[in-house]
Design a protein around this ligand. Structure first.
Ligand SMILES: [Fe+2]
Ligand SMILES: [Fe+2]
Length: 264
């Protein structure tokens, strides 16, 4: 069934976490490893505005449904960041905006050039670029949802696990939008299928890999180590490779292998 954008905008809301007792973290604090993962996730959520900026200079923003979705999507991701920042705050870790800005600036010229490159490429390619953007978004959302679900399962914490599951639920709605857009657009155009396959197999990396240190990306990927983590990753590879023109792609497993994350 096609994604209903009106329904999405009518039901889009800030992540609900006011009912969760954050004081539980005083009694049952998270370990350093989990906090490091949460810090990564929190920063990436707050960096969503950078992805939005990059896309506003491409043909994607001229599509009414895409532009509408991205407006609400950006808000929802921001609220994910806020919820995670509150958990970090309970452990004495302050997520401040100046520090986030510094991370963005640290990536330097690459970051500054990205919107220009994407704009040039997007406007040369035209409407087919939107198919690539939508598929890329689907891959990012699949991996975000899988990471939250995985962490929720492994940490098994009375407050953090439900919070992460709620975030993952909203990520699932994002997946539905991107996948529905990607499928329709890839079905229509052989150029879109070729371009998307090329872009994903050559340039896709885990969410946040453009802005975070590689050591942090590597650490984040370890949540998928072992047979269960690998199984989750194979599942999302399977979803992506079922899209038109993407048969056989294993972009998520490739990223684990590239970083030596063990499957057993
Ligand atoms: Fe999110
Ligand atoms: Fe999302």
């Amino acid at each position: 069934m096609a994604f209903q954008i009106d329904r999405f905008t009518q039901t889009s809301e800030a992540l609900e976490w006011g009912d969760l007792d954050l004081d539980e973290f005083d009694r049952n604090p998270l370990d350093a490893d989990t906090l490091r993962l949460l810090r990564y996730m929190c920063d990436v959520e707050f960096h969503t505005v950078c992805y939005l900026r990059d896309m506003l200079v491409t043909p994607s923003h001229r599509d009414e449904d895409v532009a509408t979705f991205m407006t609400f999507w950006n808000r929802e991701e921001f609220w994910h960041g806020e919820a995670l920042a509150a958990v970090l705050g309970k452990h004495g870790i302050t997520v401040d905006y100046d520090q986030l800005k510094a991370t963005r600036l640290k990536v330097g010229w690459r970051d500054k050039l990205d919107p220009i490159k994407q704009s040039l490429l997007g406007n040369i390619v035209g409407a087919d670029f939107v198919a690539t953007h939508m598929t890329w978004g689907a891959a990012n959302e699949y991996s975000a949802a899988a990471a939250y679900q995985r962490l929720a399962a492994t940490v098994d914490h009375p407050v953090l696990s439900p919070l992460l599951k709620r975030i993952a639920q909203q990520e699932t709605r994002h997946i539905a939008f991107y996948v529905s857009q990607a499928r329709t657009r890839l079905e229509k155009s052989a150029i879109a299928r070729k371009l998307t396959r090329f872009a994903l197999s050559n340039f896709w990396g885990p969410v946040g890999s453009g802005v975070m240190d590689e050591a942090e990306v590597q650490h984040m990927m370890t949540i998928f180590s072992g047979p269960e983590g690998r199984r989750e990753i194979m599942k999302i590879d399977d979803h992506i490779s079922r899209l038109p023109g993407l048969t056989g792609l294993t972009i998520f497993q490739d990223q684990l292998d590239k970083r030596g994350i063990p499957a057993a």
